[in-house]
Design a protein around this ligand. Sequence first.
Ligand code: ADP
Length: 120
Amino acid sequence: MASFYLQGPAIVRSFALSASSNGSPATTQRVGPVVLELPLAKIRRPLMRTRANDPQKVQELADSIKEIGLQVPIDVLEVDGVYYGFSGCHRYEAHQQLGLPTIRCKVRRGTKETLRHHLR
Ligand code: ADP
């Protein structure tokens, strides 16, 4: 097993490579979180209606993001190819306000059980 790192903008992406034992081509398996630019529209936010953002915080973040860009990606959970966001609500809304089509996300994979845990 060999691992290597790709340098993204101030973020380290980590992957692991593994070769199968039957001689078929090596497959790439993601083991840790990866940082991706995702379309805002692709991130489901199941708790959005139950939690209100602080409008002043959103405005300050929008101003800062416009000036220096997003410095810390939001955390996103991927379950069966569907992306869910439970935090980073102010950064997400700041992106919406700025009309940005995508947002930088730290994506980790989870199971339906992980998702149920977040929805509790
Ligand atoms: P959120 O609901 O998005 O987590 P918070 O106000 O709780 O909002 O936290 C804002 C976060 O956004 C902080 O962790 C801060 O480090 C991060 N951040 C990322 N990019 C910026 C930026 N350009 N200016 C200010 N904060 C930023």
